[in-house]
Design a protein around this ligand. Structure first.
Ligand code: GDP
Ligand code: MG
Ligand code: K
Length: 311
């Protein structure tokens, strides 16, 4: 047998909001890293998920959806996505399968940006569980006429269909090289950032349409002094205690009232669900205290964006 080649590199997930980029990243890494929600634009920052196999390693960047930039926050998110695409070896352009055989204005905007970047790009067609197989061929045909994709790969991220094949194909396009990260690394995001994202996910999940995307979460306090050393802890067992307090920022008093709810019931539910997810993430018991603050029009002002961590 010839000596096997070890490959490693970076791949960015690019696509419109809600096509399933975060779901795919979570499926690839086998961990809940990126927040997933039925609303668009839930992923604000880059999340690096690292998949390590004996034959190679791929670090994935999840990006906010690219769309026509309106307002400071949206523009910020487009910049983050394009910057991510510029730094990688390979771009995974993700779309969702649909009965409509068309490219659509949103996807055309992204394809124009990708043309400029000139990176090797895969077309990943997600959610194939939602359409009859027959509609895929004309859709693929249409996209291939728009852009010289290196590969076209239909998947269902949710049902884990085609995800392994996708990973193998991604790896085969990576340059030869040693691992870029230690074997046990899953993400470069600080635990604090992930904690804030988990809280935000629960706010969006429980408050539905009433709460806009301009909801930010900041971790004010993260006390690990009672956290216990993890080595030797049996899997699934929580070790020690981490005390966390955080602030949920909204733009209006009416939004604050919704998040707090009648007799504080909504905030309590958000806190309970976030705490459970954070405990699984950190492998420790978590004491979580949350408060809601009003910061008028923060998402429209550069200093507001900066204050809440979007730089
Ligand atoms: P993102 O905005 O591109 O990161 O999209 P998300 O990963 O947050 O997913 C948006 C919604 O699509 C969520 O409700 C997911 O559960 C759903 N979704 C993701 N992948 C699939 C899939 O393969 N099939 C189906 N039916 N739904 C999916
Ligand atoms: Mg996402
Ligand atoms: K989403």
């Amino acid at each position: 047998m010839p000596p096997s080649t070890h490959r490693s590199g970076f791949a960015a997930l690019i696509g419109r909001p809600n096509v399933g980029k975060s779901t795919l990243l979570n499926q690839l890494t086998g961990e809940k890293l990126a927040i997933v929600s039925p609303k668009p634009q839930t992923t604000r920052n880059r999340i690096l998920g690292v998949v390590t196999r004996p034959e190679g390693q791929v670090a994935f960047l999840d990006t906010p959806g690219i769309h026509q930039a309106k307002g400071q926050l949206n523009r910020y998110m487009v910049d983050v996505a394009l910057q991510a695409a510029d730094e990688v070896d390979l771009v995974l352009f993700v779309i969702e399968a649909s009965d409509k055989v068309e490219v659509g204005p949103g996807n055309r905007v992204i394809l124009e940006q990708l043309q400029k970047l000139g990176k090797p790009t895969f077309l990943v067609i997600n959610k194939i569980d939602t359409v009859p197989k027959l509609v895929l061929l004309p859709l693929i045909d249409l996209y291939q006429r728009e852009f010289p994709f290196a590969e076209v790969i239909p998947i269902s991220a949710k049902e884990d269909d085609g995800v392994e094949e996708l990973f193998r194909t991604v790896l085969s396009h990576m340059p030869e090289g040693d691992a870029l990260f230690p074997e046990d690394v899953l993400t470069d995001q600080a635990e604090r950032t992930l904690v804030a994202e988990y809280v935000r996910e629960q706010v969006l999940r429980h408050c539905h349409q009433e709460i806009p995307y301009s909801t930010a979460v900041v971790v004010d306090f993260f006390d690990e002094s009672e956290r216990e050393p993890l080595p030797g802890t049996p899997p699934g067992k929580l070790a020690g205690l981490i005390r966390i307090s955080g602030s949920i920022y909204v733009e209006r008093d009416s939004q604050k009232a919704i998040i707090i709810g009648k007799q504080g019931q909504m905030l309590k539910t958000i806190g309970t669900d976030a705490r459970k997810a954070i405990q699984r993430l950190l492998g420790a018991h978590v004491y979580l205290s949350l408060r809601v603050r009003v910061e008028p029009r923060w998402s429209e002002r550069p200093e507001g964006l900066k204050k809440l961590g979007y730089e």
